[in-house]
Design a protein around this ligand. Structure first.
Ligand SMILES: Cc1cc2nc3c(=O)[nH]c(=O)nc-3n(C[C@H](O)[C@H](O)[C@H](O)COP(=O)(O)OP(=O)(O)OC[C@H]3O[C@@H](n4cnc5c(N)ncnc54)[C@H](O)[C@@H]3O)c2cc1C
Length: 489
């Protein structure tokens, strides 16, 4: 247990824990510090202990929890699977974590209208597994899809390898139902094109700061008629990068274009040797094209031309669905595979124009040397969404601070070429300080005002996204007011 977790012991306002138990049932409220430890983390390097974790089963129970939180001036943090990579689900200021793990029902599948109605705790891959029998899948496919939830995907506007062709989460969310801080339920849209403000669009990417999503209507996509998967290896990273922009410049939009450098491939090979990735290549591209067979042949030929023009030394096509699955298993296991070569990793998530991939990867190499931090790269190249994995050992004093500094330097390099702070992982508590690099005071003010419409007290996931959280003082005040004898809770 680290000092950050032992420094602050949880303590709920008198009567709040009992009221929570009455609201959701005694078995579904955790307040024991040992139990709470499990909820102090997500997939990032941050940590903070909540005061309580509750597991509501219905929207009504979520409403009851939120109303209690407001009455006691206690922060509320929604939590899906906790796979987030920016500290989003961490209760930075303590308070109540609302886990959606019991709200995991697929309520309706409507193949004729290509829609499904789901609760927020449904695991991403489970929805596609369930709708396959109708000939459909849910297209956004984060590499964490076997664990992450649709609620978390909506809150972070998640992407994935195949969102290059199909679009990110917001392109697939037709409607959302969410609970606002006054305990009201807002149910927005549910049809592809509805009048009024695009509330589902606003909620997508709001990182749990607008409210708690309790239901969503999502779009389903037909399973592709056929798929071809190519694995291209290169002797240098620059040629591989040039091939990515070359493919898109040629007017081809593959379903997915993922890039892995040699260090990443080495780690994957130790973890999933069956994937049989080319360990001696400097960089590897994994590409999917999908559609009707006649179109595919044309697309594949055009892609092969671009790959060869950019000095691909080898192009392999998956010979079977099983081989294709193995290539993708390797790619999707990449983050976990880092455990084979390093005790810890810190992942960055900048987005850059595709044409800038080569110079920015050069800069990443330079930063790796300057900070003496090994960096593996495995990322959604087609989207220009970099994921440098900075490898370190958290037991070494100062190592975490060094990788965070190196990560910030990488972000700056992305911004310098006209890029963005996050492609899919969100800002959370990790990148708040960097927000002014790309947003001016008026931009941030507009975002904050939008947030305050749904949560005037700043109690939903406070101290996230915004650089100098106006919410802190208000939360402190509210908690002080709510606490017995005016002391902070
Ligand atoms: C190995 C690995 C690979 C990954 N690959 C990808 C990838 O390819 N693409 C990608 O986009 N991400 C990826 N991620 C990051 C992560 O999986 C996504 O951000 C995912 O969307 C988080 O879902 P979750 O259920 O784990 O959410 P959590 O981590 O629990 O929460 C994330 C955020 O969503 C909020 N939230 C959760 N549920 C709700 C709700 N019901 N209502 C309101 N707010 C809510 C939380 O408060 C928090 O701010 C990866 C992570 C790992 C560990």
């Amino acid at each position: 247990m680290t000092a950050a977790l032992t420094a602050r012991r949880p303590a709920l306002a008198a009567g709040l824990a009992d009221a929570l138990r009455r609201a959701v049932g005694g078995a579904w409220v955790l307040t024991d510090p040992d139990d709470l430890l499990l909820y102090a983390y997500d997939g990032s390097v941050d940590e903070a202990l909540p005061d309580a974790v509750v597991f509501p089963d219905t929207c009504g129970q979520v409403q009851a929890v939120v109303r209690l939180a407001l009455r006691h001036g206690v922060p509320v943090v929604a939590r899906g699977a906790g796979t987030g990579l920016s500290g989003g689900a961490i209760a930075r200021r303590g308070g109540i974590v609302v886990s959606t793990s019991r709200m995991n029902r697929i309520l309706e599948v409507d193949p004729r209208n290509r829609r499904a109605v789901v609760e927020p705790g449904v695991v991403n891959a489970d929805l596609s597994a369930h709708t396959r029998r109708f000939g459909f899948h849910y297209a956004p496919d984060p590499s964490s899809q076997k664990a992450c939830t649709l609620g978390g995907n909506i809150a972070t506007n998640a992407g994935g390898p195949h969102t290059l062709l199909y679009g990110v989460t917001t392109n697939h969310v037709l409607g959302v139902e969410f609970v606002t801080m006054d305990g009201r339920v807002v149910a927005a849209s549910g049809l592809a094109d509805s009048p009024g403000y695009d509330l589902p669009g606003l909620v997508c990417g709001s990182e749990g700061t607008f409210g708690i999503v309790t239901k969503a209507v999502v779009q389903l996509v037909h399973l592709p008629a056929s798929v071809r998967t190519l694995l291209a290896s290169f002797d240098d990273v620059d040629s591989c990068s040039a091939a990515v922009s070359g493919i898109v410049a040629a007017g081809i939009v593959p379903a997915a274009v993922e890039m892995m450098d040699q260090l990443a491939v080495h780690a994957i090979d130790q973890f999933v040797p069956r994937a049989n990735l080319p360990v001696d290549a400097a960089a590897v591209l994994l590409l999917d094209v999908d559609g009707v067979p006649a179109e595919l042949r044309e697309q594949e030929a055009a892609i092969r031309d671009v790959l060869r023009a950019n000095r691909a030394r080898d192009i392999r096509a998956a010979q079977s669905a099983a081989e294709r699955d193995l290539f993708w298993l390797g790619r999707k296991s990449a983050f976990g595979a880092m455990g084979r070569i390093s005790p810890d990793y810190y992942v960055q998530d900048g987005v850059i124009p595709r044409t800038a991939i080569a110079p920015v990867l050069d800069e990443v190499r330079r930063i790796s040397q300057a900070f003496e931090v090994p960096i593996a790269n495995v990322f959604h190249a087609g989207d220009g969404n970099l994921h440098p994995l900075l490898l370190f050992d958290n037991r070494v004093h100062g190592a975490l601070e060094r990788v965070i500094e190196a990560g910030t330097a990488i972000l700056q390099a992305c911004v310098d070429v006209g890029g963005m702070l996050s492609g899919e992982h969100g800002i959370g508590m990790e990148k708040q300080a960097a927000m002014p690099l790309v947003f001016g005071p008026a931009d941030l003010d507009a975002m904050r005002r939008a947030q305050r419409v749904f949560d005037p007290h700043g109690l939903f996931n406070p101290d996230k996204i915004f650089p100098a959280p106006a919410g802190c003082a208000e939360v402190d005040n509210l908690r002080r007011l709510a606490a017995p004898n005016g002391s902070a809770v």
